[in-house]
Ligand binder design. Structure first.
Ligand code: NAP
Ligand code: HSE
Length: 450
């Protein structure tokens, strides 16, 4: 008789529903490939009728997650409910029973990852989270196992399908932000609370997880700089396109050499090496591969010191692609149970070279795109240029898009490399000029070479 691993799911919505369907439909194929039979034996949801209408067999269903987690016949728990409060209780309770847990919940890992991984170690039960970053792309396994011999030098990724879907349709169709967001929700890409997507927090949860894996220590959510896409307008997208760029929401993890203080004593210690962990919308040159990643697709460019540049591309959101990653974790967990093994390449272990520090965005320099709304009269450019000159920020080009009539007009400035803090001060001064109307829009231009 082939051994059977009984699986309990907490949550059966977009992702959980796709996982159950795949486990039922592909049962024979998976059993043949793994040598272990995978059976869904309990499923917790809030709304029983909704789950039944979605085709989940009634005899599996309960509204009580504890009935799933505490059931001794359930060997493996799959948490697909989302949120950070009850989900934390679910995961801790399952690990407390020594049961392996599979989760796709990046918000949970971001908020409580340190505690959950500690509980997993204490109970010699693994916590699997492939689906938490970039949907169907197996990036966790890549960083944890495939690139284990590398020092990771940089990671740049499009890691939020909803934002990429919105920005793509705004660019290709001139669509309006709110209408496209509604489509992303209907297609199952967005979080239950879509502000997590559009304000950059979901991408920040994922970028923090990737940074922690790549650098061997837990990056706290408050160490991740976060900006979303709410302030990106169609005019910005069109102007960027005219300049040869595409606007993308990026998760960026890169080494940053902290600046040298102006007067250093000979005894001053050399600054510690630092990494930037950040999420922001950025202008990406059209000849860079990330510029052509469209709709709900994600892509992550990882540069390692041995392997060089690598790129991982695929569907970053939606039921089936995410379920594909959940199935991969379920298969690993089932094989671990079957063979009595808990060994994985340990995550979050500091490198022998020691910890790096996460640096503040203020210290990072970048070229910038700035859009101002100004009164249409002579001398305006000179006043703006003088503020930038005083701040020692160079202008590489000034564009006034054609076809705008009325008392105010947009002006686009492309600025040379400037430290974030200096730029913010200069923009605040520019915003106070009487000739400048509306809040300036500032978007980084990503230098993909560093
Ligand atoms: P969803 O469609 O909203 O499904 C959530 C499921 O959890 C529903 O079945 C819901 O039941 C159930 N649930 C919520 N609270 C519960 C409770 N207290 N007790 C029992 N069941 C409860 O969410 P989803 O899109 O599948 O996302 C699930 C997780 O996967 C989230 O952590 C999300 O961030 C992550 N994820 C999603 C995607 C994606 O593309 N959607 C991709 C990667 C990762 P009712 O329906 O009855 O309320
Ligand atoms: N809401 C998320 C996204 C789901 O749009 O990327 C996948 O993690």
């Amino acid at each position: 008789m082939m051994q059977q691993v009984n699986i309990g799911l907490v949550g059966a919505g977009t992702v959980g529903g796709a996982v159950i369907k795949a486990l039922i439909e592909r049962s024979e194929m998976l059993a043949a490939r793994l040598g272990v039979r995978l059976a869904v034996t309990r499923v917790a949801v809030r709304d029983l009728q909704k789950a039944q209408a979605a085709g989940i067999p009634s005899h599996l269903l309960t509204q009580d997650w504890k009935a799933v987690v505490h059931d001794p016949s359930v060997h493996l728990i799959v948490e697909l409910m989302g949120g950070t409060t009850t989900a934390r209780e679910v995961v801790l309770a399952a690990l407390g029973h020594g049961k392996p847990v599979v989760t796709a919940n990046k918000a949970l890992l971001s908020a409580h990852g340190e505690e959950l991984f500690k509980a997993a170690r204490a109970n010699t039960a693994n916590l699997y989270y492939e689906a938490s970053v970039a949907g169907g792309i197996p990036i966790i396994k890549v960083l944890r196992e495939s690139l284990v011999g590398n020092r990771v030098q940089s990671i740049r990724g499009i890691v939020n399908g909803t934002c990429n879907y919105i920005l793509t349709r705004m660019k290709l169709e001139g669509a309006e932000f709110s209408a496209v967001l509604a489509d992303a929700q209907r297609l199952g890409y967005a979080e239950a609370d879509p502000t997590l997507d559009v304000d950059g927090h979901d991408a920040a949860h994922k970028t923090g997880i990737l940074a922690s894996l790549a650098h061997g220590f837990w990056v706290r959510p408050d160490q991740v700089h976060v900006e979303g896409i709410r302030n990106v307008t169609r005019l910005d997208i069109e102007s960027a396109a005219r300049l040869g760029y595409t606007i993308k929401l990026l998760g960026v993890i890169k080494s940053v050499t902290p600046g040298t203080p102006p007067r250093r004593s000979p005894k001053a210690k050399a600054p510690k090496p630092g990494i930037l962990v950040a999420v922001y919308p950025a202008l990406v040159r059209n000849d860079h591969v990330l510029a052509s990643v469209n709709h709900a697709f994600n892509a992550i460019a990882v540069r390692g010191d041995m392997v060089g540049e690598t790129l991982f591309y695929g569907r970053g959101a939606g039921g089936d692609p995410t379920a594909s990653s959940v199935l991969s974790d379920i298969a690993d967990a089932a094989l671990d149970l079957h063979h009595g093994s808990h060994q994985r390449v340990p995550a979050f272990v500091a490198h022998a070279s020691g910890k790096v520090q996460v640096v503040s965005m203020d210290k990072v320099t970048s070229p910038y795109y700035v859009r101002l709304t100004v009164i249409d009269r002579p001398g305006v450019f000179a006043r703006i240029a003088s503020v930038l000159a005083e701040a020692r920020i160079g202008i590489s080009s000034i564009i006034q898009p054609e076809g705008h009539e009325g008392a105010t007009v947009p002006v686009i400035l492309m600025l040379h490399d400037a430290p974030q803090a200096a730029l913010a001060r200069a923009i605040a001064r520019i915003a106070r000029l009487p000739v400048v109307k509306d809040t300036p829009t500032v978007i980084r231009v990503e230098d993909t070479a560093d």
